[in-house]
Design a binder for this molecule. Structure first.
Ligand code: ACO
Length: 427
C-alpha cells in the first residue's frame, strides 16, 4: 500500500498525489492544487492550530485520549515519584537521564548562575507596590538579554547551553524578587548549598536573621509540581518560544514572550483564575448554581478542559495526591471542599461528559500554592519557573533542526483592494 494521499479537486476534476509521512502531509504539497496556472495554490486554514503540526520533536509525548504524558519517553508518574526537578531538567535538556557525576556537574553549573545583576533590584523597585508578579517576572527575564549581549550568538551550541543554564538558574531568583517586592520585603540572595526548590523557598520566605528550614514535605511537593509543569509539547507558550526563537532572537527575549503567552487565563494563568473562581463560589452549597451558569455559557469552569487531553489529565491526578501531603503539613485548605464538590458534579454532568472536560493540571495546583503561603498573583509565575526548562529544551531542538525556517503564517485576505485615497477634507 503506497504511503500517499490522492486528492481530487472537484473544481477541475484533476487528481493529485501527496506523500504521507508519520500520518502527516506537507502543507506545501497542497500548493500544486490550482485552478489556473497563475493561482497561488491551495492552503490550509487552521485558526488556533487545531490540526497543524509545527515541528518534529523528541522532547515530550502526549496521548490525550489515554491520558499519557512522557518526557523523553519516561512516564510522568515515574519521574514525579523517583526524580528531583534538576534531574528532570537535565533529562529534558539533554535527552537522557544523568548518571551521578553528570547530575553533580549539572547541579553545580546551575548553582554558579543563580545570582542576578544588582541592577535588577533597581528595576524591581521601579514597579508599583501592587504590580502583578507575572508582569515583573516577564519584564526582568527580557531585561536579562541586556546583561548578556553574547546571547545573540544563537548559532553557537556552547553559548546556547550557557544561556540555558543561566535562565534555568535565574528564573527562581527573579520570581522570588518579584514576590519580595510585592510584599515590601528585602530580597534574599540565593543560597547555593540548598537544592533548587529549597533555595527558591528560602529566597521567598526567609525573614531577617532567623534560620529558615522549609518542611521537607513542602520541598518535595514543590519538586513534584515543578516536574509536572516542566514541559507539555507544542502548547500556546511553547509555540511562542519557537516563533520568537525562529527569528534568531536571543533566548531571554523568546522566553519572556513565552511567559507572556503563559500568563493568559486560558493557559498558565488558569491556576490564578481557579482560585478566584473558588473564592467567588465561596461555599459548597453554591457549586451547583455555578456549574449551571457554566453550562449556560456565562463563564467557563476554570481548570477544566484541555485542547489535547480528552481524559483525566495525568498531572491533575498527581497534583491531587500532592495536595493531600501538603495539607498534612499546612492544614487543609478550606477551598478544597468546594473544588472536590465542583469536580464531582462536573464529572457526572452530561455537558462536561459529552465534551470530555476533565480537571487539568491547574485545577488543584493553586490550592497547594495557597497553602504554601503564596498570593494568587504568584501562581502563573510558579508555572513559568519550571516551564522555562521545557521552553529551552524546545528552543534548543528547534535551533538544531535542519528544517527550521522563520515562522511566518499565511492568511486569507478578505479585505478591500485597490481603493483610491480620498484627501482627509473630502472624507
Ligand atoms: N468550562 C465550560 N465549558 C468548556 C470549558 C470549560 N472550562 N472548556 C471547554 N468548554 C466547552 C466549550 O464551550 C465548547 O463547547 P461547545 O462545543 O458547546 O461550543 C467545548 O467545550 C470545546 O471547547 P473549546 O474552547 O473549543 O476547546 P479548546 O480546545 O479550544 O480550549 C481550553 C481548551 C482553552 C483549555 C478550554 O477548555 C478552557 O478555556 N478551559 C478553561 C481554562 C483552563 O483551565 N485553561 C488551562 C488549560 S491547561 C494549561 O494550559 C496549562
Amino acid at each position: 500500500m503506497p504511503d500517499t494521499l490522492t486528492i481530487t479537486d472537484n473544481r477541475t476534476g484533476k487528481s493529485y498525489e501527496v506523500d504521507i509521512t508519520h500520518d502527516t502531509i506537507r502543507a506545501m504539497d497542497l500548493r500544486k492544487i490550482k485552478v489556473h496556472d497563475d493561482d497561488f495554490g491551495m492552503m490550509v486554514y487552521d485558526p488556533g492550530y487545531l490540526n497543524t503540526t509545527l515541528c518534529k520533536s523528541t522532547v515530550t509525548y502526549i496521548d490525550g485520549d489515554k491520558g499519557i504524558l512522557e518526557y523523553r519517553g519516561y512516564p510522568i508518574e515515574q519521574l514525579a515519584e523517583k526524580c528531583d526537578f534538576q534531574e528532570v531538567a537535565y533529562l529534558l535538556m539533554y535527552g537522557e537521564l544523568p548518571n551521578q557525576s553528570q547530575l553533580d556537574e549539572w547541579v553545580h553549573s546551575l548553582k554558579m548562575h543563580t545570582m542576578v545583576h544588582e541592577n535588577i533590584k533597581e528595576q524591581m523597585a521601579a514597579f508599583r507596590y501592587d504590580a502583578h508578579a507575572m508582569g515583573m517576572f516577564t519584564s526582568t527575564v527580557a531585561s536579562l538579554s541586556t546583561f548578556y549581549p553574547e546571547a545573540k550568538q544563537v548559532h553557537c551550541a556552547e553559548n546556547r547551553m550557557l544561556q540555558c543554564q543561566r535562565l534555568i538558574a535565574k528564573v527562581p531568583t527573579l520570581a522570588a524578587y518579584a514576590y519580595r517586592h510585592s510584599q515590601g520585603q528585602p530580597y534574599n540572595y540565593p543560597k547555593n548549598d540548598l537544592s533548587y526548590t529549597e533555595n527558591f523557598l528560602h529566597m521567598m520566605f526567609k525573614m531577617s536573621d532567623n534560620p529558615y528550614h522549609p518542611d521537607p514535605a513542602l520541598v518535595r511537593a514543590l519538586d513534584v509540581l515543578f516536574i509536572l509543569h516542566a514541559d507539555h509539547e507544542q502548547n500556546c507558550s511553547t509555540s511562542v518560544m519557537r516563533a520568537i526563537g525562529s527569528s534568531d532572537a536571543d533566548p531571554y527575549s523568546a522566553l519572556s514572550g513565552a511567559a507572556g503567552a503563559l500568563y493568559g487565563p486560558l493557559h498558565g494563568g488558569a491556576n490564578e483564575a481557579v482560585l478566584n473562581m473558588l473564592n467567588e463560589i465561596g461555599d459548597v452549597k453554591n457549586v451547583r448554581d455555578y456549574v449551571a451558569k457554566c453550562k449556560d455559557g456565562e463563564h467557563r469552569l476554570m481548570g477544566f478542559g484541555h485542547r489535547v487531553y480528552k481524559n483525566y489529565d495525568p498531572r491533575a491526578r498527581i497534583v491531587k495526591q500532592c495536595a493531600d501531603e501538603v495539607f498534612q503539613v499546612t492544614g487543609r485548605n478550606p477551598l478544597l471542599d468546594i473544588a472536590l464538590e465542583l469536580e464531582k458534579i462536573a464529572l457526572e454532568d452530561e455537558y462536561f461528559v459529552k465534551r470530555k472536560l476533565y480537571p487539568n493540571v491547574d485545577f488543584y495546583s493553586g490550592l497547594i500554592y495557597q497553602a504554601i503561603g503564596l498570593p494568587v498573583t504568584m501562581f502563573p509565575v510558579m508555572f513559568a519557573i519550571p516551564r522555562a526548562v521545557g521552553w529551552l529544551a524546545q528552543w534548543q531542538e528547534m535551533m538544531e533542526d535542519e528544517e527550521r525556517r522563520i515562522q511566518r503564517p499565511r492568511q486569507i485576505y478578505l479585505g478591500q483592494r485597490e481603493r483610491t485615497l480620498v484627501p482627509i477634507e473630502k472624507r
